[in-house]
Design a binder for this molecule. Structure first.
Ligand code: CMP
Length: 228
């Protein structure tokens, strides 16, 4: 996809006049990162937000014992790094290029200049942040109160919603090991494995080397709400 098409599809530029895309593109440098390269680390000073142009970025934090917890995967058109830009505080999480990645970098000064011309930009950013809060509220509820099956379903459905993985044979393949599922679902590895096997026996998931294939999305949503 061309840069202009990606910017047009980005929620940050939603509803802005067509010429704004060119103005944003000309005002912002493009940075490239290799697969596995850190874009920033939690605690770094943050002077810019990023719009993904190509590739995939993993946003994560680490527990006190150093166990990583993925917060999100971001894809072309998505925005990350907006919290430090707005709050003028250090990065709240780390970002690593999951594959070779290109991002458009919107520095704070540029952001304020653009905001004067296109006030809707600020509202769009507020919507992006509100969407994250909404998602986090769901996550908090599911991961705090629900049983292990719902937690695992929530983790897999979140990865699907973030389009992490790829469609395969009419299902959705997610490259993930059981320990990672456990980290996302807030369960032990043994529990995550038990649930995956149970969902496999019901035909909802298939396990493949290095990942799981969601065979039946609707049924997985029913698992989420305790209906299966
Ligand atoms: P910032 O704090 O500047 O740097 C880390 C970024 O990760 C943050 O801005 C957000 O863009 C992103 N981020 C932090 N927490 C989450 C989350 N729970 N879900 C999705 N993205 C997040």
């Amino acid at each position: 996809m061309k840069v202009d098409d990606i910017l047009n599809s980005s929620p940050l530029l939603d509803g802005l006049p067509p010429h704004s895309v060119e103005i944003v593109r000309e005002a912002c440098p493009v940075w490239t990162f290799e697969s596995g390269e850190a874009i920033f680390r939690k605690g770094d000073p943050g002077e810019a937000l990023y719009i993904v142009l190509s590739g995939e970025v993993r946003i994560f934090r680490e527990s006190l014992e150093g166990r990583p917890k993925v917060l999100a995967y971001v894809h072309p058109g998505d925005v990350f790094g907006e919290m430090s830009l707005v709050e003028e505080r250090p990065r709240s999480a780390s970002a690593v290029a999951e594959t070779a990645t290109e991002v458009l970098v919107l520095f704070r000064d540029t952001y304020f200049n653009l905001l004067r011309r296109f006030p809707l930009l600020g509202h769009n950013l507020a919507r992006i942040i509100a969407g994250r809060l909404r998602e986090m509220n769901d996550e908090l509820l599911f991961l705090t109160f629900e049983e292990a099956k719902s937690k695992v379903a929530f983790a897999l459905l979140k990865l699907y919603r973030h389009q992490h993985g790829r469609s395969h044979n009419g299902g959705w393949y997610i490259p993930i090991v059981h320990q990672e599922i456990a980290n996302l679902a807030g369960t032990s590895r043994e529990t995550a494995t038990r649930v995956v096997h149970e969902l496999r026996s019901k035909g909802i998931l298939e396990t493949r080397q290095g990942g799981v294939l969601i065979r039946d999305l609707k049924a997985l949503e029913q698992v989420l709400y305790g209906l299966v």
